[in-house]
Design a protein around this ligand. Structure first.
Ligand code: KG4
Length: 334
């Protein structure tokens, strides 16, 4: 069964063809990073305009790379929630047009659910139930995944998402955008012990997160040390900040896994591409006999293969949408 997935929820224009919910025949991602970089973050109006310019070419590329035509498809799926409203609407309009013209079943997909199922594209042995940490630029969620489509939200961020904090900290240090991959790389040669930042909500007793205060600590630290001409190397600040983020994410995820008595944890979302997070979570899991899964880096950040992947399971379960499908900027997972 061939499904064309489309995701335009934020700043990446993405289309992919996936066979039987598993085999990725194409996974095209057109990044708009160059257009947003000078603003230090994503500008929603620019994102939606760029999606309009790119969407046809990206879909065409996805079909050509997969060596299929619209006539070969069995269904088409699109992210319709949550995300930037103008961006979502572009993907939805394109998908509905194709569904109508080629008489294809249409499926609406929750972007977070796409991230959660990204792991299933590459791993055959993920058990239910498990605990999933979804960490991206827009979300930080800890989810107890009981079964297909059965979730319990354990906690989430009360302010900034972890990826947002990475991007802001990179901005304070004038490192570039997006900050996550840059800080990841710099931190590898830094000394985290040289700069100690707070671990927000580490001992809060719940599964919620807060990264806004940590981000502000880094800003004050940089301003104060610049004034006194005593700023440590960027590498050390990056490593110190990252260690604080990773300590909180790993500690809460492992605590949730123990409380729920699960044998597996999955990581997903853009920040799941982080070298230190992957390593620290794997080590913590290994100590307790908890298996830790994460997708390859290309499937951590926004992509449409994960949308086509989850759509396959939804299709088999009878999920279908009408042509009145609309975008929702915010939407619960459950
Ligand atoms: O999942 P994603 O592509 O978009 C959202 O749905 O938000 O995640 C993008 C976020 C950005 O904040 C980016 O800085 C972060 O993921 N990111 C990383 C890494 N790669 C991307 N953060 C930490 N380490 C990385 N290697």
């Amino acid at each position: 069964m061939l499904i064309l997935g489309i995701d335009t929820s934020c700043d990446d224009t993405a289309a992919a063809v996936v066979a039987d919910g598993k085999q990725i025949l194409s996974n095209i991602i057109s990044s708009q990073t160059d257009f947003h970089r000078k603003y230090g973050g994503i500008v929603p109006e620019i994102a939606s305009r760029k999606h309009i310019e790119l969407i046809i070419y990206v879909i065409d590329d996805a079909l050509k790379t997969a060596d299929v035509t619209f006539d070969d498809l069995n269904a088409i799926a699109v992210t319709n929630r949550p995300g930037l409203i103008g961006s979502l609407l572009v993907g939805i309009a394109a998908t509905k047009s194709i569904a109508y013209c080629y008489n294809l079943p249409l499926l609406d997909i929750n972007h977070i659910e796409g991230h959660i199922y990204a792991n299933f594209l590459e791993h055959d042995d993920i058990p239910f139930p498990h605990v999933c940490l979804t960490v991206s630029g827009g979300n930080t969620l800890l989810v107890y995944v009981m079964n297909d489509w059965q979730y319990e939200l354990l906690g989430g961020t009360q302010d900034d998402a972890a990826g947002e904090a990475y991007d802001k900290v990179a901005q304070y240090l004038d490192l570039g955008f997006p900050g996550g991959p840059i800080i990841d790389r710099l931190a590898q040669s830094g000394n985290a012990d040289n700069v100690n930042f707070p671990r927000p909500m580490l001992n809060s007793g719940d599964y919620n997160f807060s990264f806004s205060g940590l981000k502000t600590s880094v800003r004050y630290f940089v301003t104060k040390n610049l004034e006194s001409n005593s700023l440590p190397p960027d590498e050390d600040i990056a490593a110190g900040f990252q260690q604080a983020v990773v300590d909180v994410l790993v500690s809460k995820t492992i605590r949730a896994a123990k409380a729920k008595n699960v044998s597996a944890v999955t990581l997903t979302g853009g920040v799941a591409a982080n070298t230190k997070l992957r390593q620290a979570m794997s080590e913590a899991g290994e100590l307790l006999g908890i298996r830790v899964y994460f997708p390859s880096r290309i499937l951590c950040t926004d992509n449409a293969a994960m949308i086509a992947g989850v759509a396959y399971h939804k299709f088999l379960a009878g999920g279908r949408s009408g042509l009145d499908l609309n975008a929702q900027a915010s939407a619960p997972l459950l």
